[in-house]
Design a protein around this ligand. Structure first.
Ligand code: PBG
Length: 322
């Protein structure tokens, strides 16, 4: 009790504060999301995500080289296809931008960890993450299509595949398809507890994946639920997920903590596009300090229990930590 106890004693100097600091940020824990499209020499900025670009494969390789110079060792790829159809068939084309990007990146940077987002929403004409029949997103017919996309990413050389669609049973279906195709060493990072969130707004512009009718609430989770997140994570682990993810991160720090405490497995959290855009916009207005806020946000996600953070701030944060 005071005056015996004085917590301020250990806050007095920088050395003391560092000595008792509980949470550390390390660029090795960051995954840097990138958007790849076809063409050559393309680097066009995404307006709602300043500093993020649609990149052709050649420019992507440049960007990843620069990011590696900042200390980034892991990337997540999203594809912008040239054409969309009802099924999203470009998702499993070996010649599509993501597959070409994986091959180019693994060739240029053999040690880089290349992760691919596995979903249909960027590839379907209706913008939903699965097959649509009679106005509804169908679960089971979607599984085979997702598995095909994952196998095609693995064939290109992906280290991990990251299914983000939220269909039931997709982790098991992808695991089985990968193993059957001889890719038993390719790991699965599942978007296990992915919420139907308004924070994906800027991403949908970036990926051109806004649903043309309805919304994603019949497959993504209700923001009000956290027991259900434990159910979702448990199912994905049983189906063979190697790393599980909670998404978004900031409005769901409690979910991150519950998942970590319950399962004690490698846990990722996605600091999504809307979280990024909010911070950048407020900083542009001079309302918050950009650099301090970035580090505080990322620290809070690690402190909540995430081992790995997917973030558009990855390069900048890695530089700040040097
Ligand atoms: C695709 C997907 C989305 C995000 C990652 N994968 C969008 C969505 O579900 O609508 C969001 C990423 C972000 O907002 O940064 N299913």
């Amino acid at each position: 009790m005071f005056p015996l106890a004085r917590p301020r004693r250990l806050r007095r100097t920088a050395v003391l504060r560092e000595m008792v600091r509980e949470t550390a940020l390390d660029p090795g824990d960051f995954i840097y999301p990138l958007f790849v499209r076809s063409g050559h020499g393309v680097r066009s900025e995404i307006s709602a995500m300043p500093g993020n670009y649609h990149l052709s494969v050649d420019r992507l390789v440049e960007e990843v080289g620069a990011a590696a110079g900042d200390g980034i060792r892991s990337v997540l790829l999203f594809g912008i296809p040239d054409r969309k159809d009802e099924e999203g068939s470009e998702a499993w084309s070996d010649e599509a931008p993501v597959q070409a990007a994986v091959r180019a990146l693994k060739k240029a940077f053999p040690d880089l960890c290349v992760i691919t987002d596995v979903c249909l929403c960027e590839y379907t004409s209706h913008g939903h993450c699965g097959v649509v029949q009679e106005g509804e997103v169908q679960n089971d017919p979607t599984l085979d299509l997702l598995a095909r996309a994952a196998v095609s990413h693995a064939r290109a050389g992906a280290d991990l595949v990251a299914p983000s669609d939220m269909m039931d049973g997709r982790v098991g279906a992808i695991r089985e398809a990968l193993d059957d195709a001889g890719h038993s060493n390719v790991a699965i990072l599942s978007y296990a507890a992915k919420y139907a969130s308004a924070f994906y707004g800027p991403f949908r512009e970036a990926a051109g994946s806004t649903p043309q009718f309805g919304d994603r609430r019949s497959y993504q989770m209700d923001p009000a639920n956290s027991d259900e997140a434990l159910v979702e994570v448990g199912l994905d682990l049983e189906e063979g997920a190697d790393i599980v993810m909670v998404k978004p991160a900031l409005a769901y720090l409690d979910v991150i903590r519950r998942v970590k405490d319950t399962y004690r497995v490698p846990l990722a959290a996605y600091n999504v596009s809307g979280e990024f855009a909010m911070l950048v916009a407020a900083a542009e207005r001079g309302w918050i300090e950009r650099e301090r806020t970035i580090l505080e946000v990322l620290t809070s996600i690690r402190r909540a229990g995430a081992d790995i953070i997917l973030t558009y701030h990855a390069r900048e944060a890695a530089r700040l930590l040097r």
